[in-house]
Design a protein around this ligand. Structure first.
Ligand code: NAP
Length: 277
């Protein structure tokens, strides 16, 4: 068994967050999970009384984040691992999706995660130790019609995490962006925000994608328990990766994206280099 650590996991009520809490507790770690209601808090703490702790937090309430983190550090001890997991998907064609929906998407998936990072960093820097996992998505590498705001938020978090990793490596802090493929969580079910359809021009490109996502919800390839064990393996590693894909679907699609990108770079290489000098 690995050395017992204290994990702070946002969004621990369902899906990856809850599965990671369960697996981390089974591996002997302690877990603080953030949730958004008292019922979810009681369910989380019941997993392992005395080793599982819940804190009420909506990550868009950025003023509340540092006080929660500081209180956890003061009462439960050093946060060894922050897992920025809280997030959701906005689904909707860009032209049909109000800007306010994009702000909300980024408030949760990007600003919330960065506010959590800013709150734990002073503690981790003081100890010259710590690991930050950001749950991004294969949608932080590959794209499809109808999830522009979601992909935008996950591309943003991938980029932010990669920069952060370079800033804090010398301070003993590791940063891993975990990019899952499709997994059986509540993501495409109760958690997804779906913009109403208004423009018939997009029916052909988007309706089949929306329908398929609804049809496969709950039947996706990926198992959140296995994802959680993979995350724990990364947490246990002395040299964790900056990017960790989860799932064969993610691996295939991201590899295809990289090949297509290489091909396009090559095809346009002469024009690209024509601007030098
Ligand atoms: P999920 O079962 O819907 O879980 C989402 C969690 O995030 C819930 O605990 C939810 O809390 C919490 N949350 C949502 N908005 C929040 C907010 N404003 N403040 C605090 N907590 C909030 O879905 P999931 O798949 O496990 O999602 C976890 C992460 O994985 C997300 O970042 C998602 O984008 C990412 N991801 C999922 C997949 C997939 O296929 N499932 C693939 C790639 C990436 P409530 O219970 O209170 O709503």
């Amino acid at each position: 068994m690995s050395i017992s650590k204290l994990l702070l996991i946002t969004g621990a009520s369902s899906g990856f967050g809850r599965a990671l809490a369960v697996e981390a507790l089974a591996a002997g770690h302690r877990v603080v999970g953030t949730v958004r209601n008292a019922e979810a808090a009681a369910q989380l703490e019941a997993l392992a009384p005395g080793r599982a702790f819940a804190r009420l937090l909506d990550v868009t309430d950025v003023e509340a984040i540092a006080p929660v983190v500081d209180e956890v550090e003061a009462t439960l001890g050093a946060i060894d691992v922050l897992v920025n997991n809280a997030g959701y998907g906005h689904e909707g064609v860009l032209e049909e999706s109000p800007l306010d929906a994009m702000r909300k998407q980024f408030d949760v998936n990007v600003f919330g995660a960065v506010a959590m990072i800013q709150a734990v960093l002073p503690h981790m820097r003081a100890r010259r130790a710590g690991h930050i996992l950001n749950i991004t998505s294969m949608g932080g590498f590959i794209t499809m019609p109808g999830i522009a705001y979601y992909c935008g938020s996950k591309f943003a978090l991938e980029g932010i995490g990669e920069v952060l990793g370079k800033e804090v490596a010398a301070l003993g802090i590791r940063v891993t962006s975990v990019a899952p493929g499709s997994f059986r969580t509540d993501w495409a079910g109760r958690s997804m925000v779906r913009a109403p359809r208004t423009i018939a021009d997009y029916d052909a490109v988007f309706d089949p994608i929306r329908q398929r996502r609804q049809d496969v919800s709950g039947k996706q390839l990926g198992d959140p328990q296995k994802a959680s064990r993979a995350m724990l393996a990364a947490i246990d590693s002395d040299a964790p990766p900056a990017h960790l894909l989860l799932g064969s679907d993610a691996l295939k699609l991201v590899r295809e994206k990289l090949v297509a990108l290489q091909d396009e770079l090559t095809q346009w290489e002469a024009l690209t280099v024509s601007t030098d000098g």
